[in-house]
Design a protein around this ligand. Structure first.
Ligand code: NAD
Length: 546
């Protein structure tokens, strides 16, 4: 972290709104502006610099970080930090921070602008008029008053869109599995979100005249609107995406528009930007495409410039790292001692994130035996939490921001320690539950030698190496089922390395659970085929990492 600095040296490497310099001055910092530097020029310029400020043009690479011996912070005016080698920065103890809130209003307003443009064909009408056509009949529009807007992802931008839409007399429904109804009414009174009905995604798609996406791009949300979900949308509905390319299957969207099932789409973001010449949506009259303009307003550029300057100055003065996307690693000696437990905690978090169908509202994390007495055991809870959250979030979840992100998602974290670990020297137990405990899953693990092991999963005692791919099946407890599953996986070229099996407890008489450890990644078709077996009730693929 930062050392006390008498006169911190800050270099602004990209064109930034001048308000940033004024903000630095307010903290007594005279920032130097030096834009357009390539790697070689940066390597010359960075020795002695304590902070670098970038937008997206300047690349802060590993060699630049290695040359910057006094650097403590890199600030990105904006959200994405793809132009900064965050791993190299973390290794060198350099904090990387972004400014995620400065674009919120501007991006929300673009979604509303696209919604209105879609309803009244504004870009098409403009093109037609300039082209010498006066095509009034072909450009018949629709009112938005009284229409239903479905907001997918009710975070910062989704809320701006929802509020503006209600001001335009639209009815707003929303889907956000990480927001509870209680959370909505709490934010509702603060943020004017009363009157928004939270729905399941499929219900939202069936009810909405307009659907607007505001979720991050994560493993969970990639392809969120594929062919099947697009088919659920109301006839004549319109889609807006100002979030991220990759959320919508663009080929499936083109087909839905072709078939006339959807009346239009407006996309500010595409899977490939700029799109290739043969992109299926490029020459379509009922599609509006904008070049990732979400954050492009004077106000947003000013906001992110002020935010980054304020955050950097505060960090240099007080060591407070707001909006850090990385976090310095544990000291090396501690990391060595805790490493196998940290890996175990991370694998437990990853397993439970993939095991739960409903959003997690309560986490109970218990350390038992010797591990409970080690220094820095808080790191184990944080490692668990980071892995638990990572799967549903875009960008970096780290030790610094994980507790805050958990609380934003209304997760209650309870921590406990027990002197005895029963038959084990050390035990980590984690239980996660959904709202009102309708869904609960438990996993316990220990470290044998240097390797982590799961020893209990729900009510099944196991000896499971938590790595690679697992296939979890529930099936009728009858002879031959395991053989059928194994044969089918073999036909799909998926090799099984080990099977853990057990009955599922008295209350589920006649059912068994099996964990197949796999050498290969099972395809979606292979899992579907397993699910299709008569005796199999459910099959779930869990990827625990290499
Ligand atoms: P945010 O983190 O404040 O909100 C995201 C919301 O999505 C959260 O409430 C979260 O609970 C919810 N969510 C997560 N996974 C979900 C899922 N599977 N289903 C439904 N909801 C889910 O983020 P934000 O600042 O509102 O940004 C939203 C998106 O807009 C991000 O993808 C961001 O990258 C993008 N963005 C685009 C532009 C642009 O230029 N077009 C500008 C800024 C932000």
């Amino acid at each position: 972290m930062s050392t006390p600095l008498k006169a911190p040296r800050v270099i602004v490497c990209d064109d930034l709104h001048p308000a940033a310099l004024e903000q630095f001055q307010a903290h007594g910092i005279e920032a130097e502006v030096c834009t357009g530097m390539d790697e070689a020029a940066l390597i010359q310029a960075v020795p002695g610099a304590n902070a670098l400020v970038v937008r997206s043009a300047t690349k802060i690479t590993r060699p630049v970080l290695e040359a910057a011996g006094d650097l403590v912070v890199v600030g990105r005016a904006g959200v994405g930090v793809d132009n900064v080698d965050v791993a190299a920065a973390t290794e060198r103890g350099v904090v990387v921070m972004n400014t995620p809130t400065g674009n919120t209003t501007t991006t929300g307003e673009l979604a509303i602008a696209l919604l209105c443009s879609l309803a009244r064909h504004v870009p098409q009408a403009d093109r037609s008029t300039r082209g010498g056509n006066w095509k009034k009949k072909k450009l018949m529009g629709t009112e938005i008053t009284g229409k239903v807007l479905g907001v997918i992802g009710l975070g910062r931008i989704g809320r701006v869109v929802a509020q503006r839409a209600m001001g335009l007399s639209m009815e707003v429904v929303a889907y956000d599995p990480y927001l509870s109804k209680a959370g909505l009414s709490k934010t509702g009174t603060e943020g004017g979100l009363e009157g928004i009905e939270l729905l399941e995604l499929d219900d939202l798609l069936q009810r909405s005249d307009f659907v607007s996406l505001h979720v991050p791009l994560t493993d969970e949300t990639r392809g969120l609107l594929g062919a099947e979900r697009l088919a659920l949308m109301k006839d004549g509905a319109r889609l807006i995406n100002c979030a991220r390319g990759g959320l919508v299957d663009e080929a499936a969207l083109a087909i839905a528009l072709d078939e006339g099932r959807l009346a239009g789409a407006a996309l500010d973001v595409l899977e490939q930007e700029p799109p290739p010449e043969d992109h299926p949506l490029l020459d379509r009259e009922n599609v509006i495409l904008t070049p990732h303009l979400g954050a492009s307003s004077h106000e947003a550029q000013r906001n992110v410039a002020v935010d980054v300057a304020e955050q950097i100055a505060t960090f240099l003065e007080d060591d407070v790292a707001r909006n850090a996307v990385n976090a310095p690693a544990l000291p090396a000696n501690m990391r060595r001692e805790l490493a196998p437990y940290l890996l175990l905690a991370e694998r437990m978090g990853s397993y439970l994130a993939q095991r739960m169908d409903q959003p997690i509202r309560k986490v109970e994390f218990t350390l038992a035996g010797e591990v409970a007495n080690k220094d820095q055991v808080g790191a184990l809870r944080l490692g668990f939490l980071v892995a638990l959250l990572q799967r549903s979030m875009e960008g970096s979840v780290n030790f610094v921001n994980a507790p805050m992100l958990a609380s934003e998602r209304n997760m209650r974290i309870l921590e406990d320690s027990e002197g005895s670990a029963g038959n084990y020297t050390n035990l980590i137990k984690a239980r996660v539950s959904s709202q009102d405990g309708h869904e609960t899953h438990v996993v316990s693990g220990t470290v044998f030698g240097n390797g982590p092991r799961f020893v209990r999963v729900d009510d099944l005692f196991v000896d499971l190496l938590p790595k690679g791919h697992l296939l979890l099946t529930r099936h009728t407890d009858q002879p031959g089922v395991l053989g059928q599953i194994g044969t089918l996986l073999g036909e799909e070229s998926v090799n099984v390395s080990r099977v853990e099996l057990g009955p599922h407890g008295a209350e589920r008489e006649g059912q068994a659970t099996a964990f197949f450890s796999l050498y290969d990644t099972p395809s979606e078709e292979a899992i579907e085929r397993v699910r299709g077996l008569d005796a199999v009730h459910s099959a779930r693929h869990i990827d625990l990492g290499a």
